[in-house]
Write a protein that binds this ligand. Structure first.
Ligand SMILES: [Zn+2]
Length: 184
């Protein structure tokens, strides 16, 4: 951006005083404007990334966001309903050390199924964690974690309905094992 700014100064024949250093440009940009920089997005939509988005696609996207928000508010009206969002987090290597040698050595993978729980009065996060020597990270493990959560977590007591939102990963969330687990 600083380079583009300098190019613009040359293009518009602005006086030398306008040709500021990068650090000054950065300072002005950060302190005088309500703008910020973010990291590149992850887990983006393949259709939108390919530039194939159309009106129907955008409508479906907004409908899904709206349906999620509606479900999230349901526990406020119904004490017997529990709302969950679940996602298997990116795998983490253990131990977490920055030494370059460690990058090339075999490290054990640590898995975490994050469950975000919303009931009538509160929200909380539950982590179901295990390492690769204990179990894999497929649909069976995700189903087991969910089942265990339902069996032991206090927030599941006296509930007649469970609303679960997840991404549509076929190997982990969107399959027969999860269907069987959530129907029992
Ligand atoms: Zn999209």
């Amino acid at each position: 951006m600083h380079e583009l700014y300098l190019a613009m100064c040359v293009e518009q024949n602005l006086p030398e005083i306008y040709k500021i250093k990068k650090c000054t440009y950065n300072k002005e940009f950060v302190t005088e404007f309500n703008l910020s920089f973010g990291y590149p997005k992850s887990d983006t939509c393949a259709t939108c990334d390919a530039g194939n988005s159309n009106e129907e696609h955008v409508l479906n996207y907004h409908a899904a966001i709206e349906a999620m928000a509606t479900d999230r508010n349901k526990p406020k009206e119904d004490i017997g309903l529990l709302y969950l969002t679940v996602d298997l987090q990116q795998t983490m290597p253990l131990p977490k050390i920055l030494t370059s040698k460690a990058f090339y050595l075999r490290q054990i993978w640590f898995y975490n199924l994050g469950i975000h729980v919303v009931d009538q009065t509160k929200q909380k996060a539950v982590c179901c964690t295990w390492t690769e020597d204990v179990a894999d990270r497929g649909s069976v493990e995700v189903a087991s974690s969910l089942l265990r959560f339902v069996e032991v977590d206090q927030s599941c007591r006296n509930k007649h309905h469970l609303v679960i939102w997840s991404d549509s990963c076929a190997g982990q969330n969107k399959n027969f094992n999860i269907q069987s687990c959530t129907n029992t």
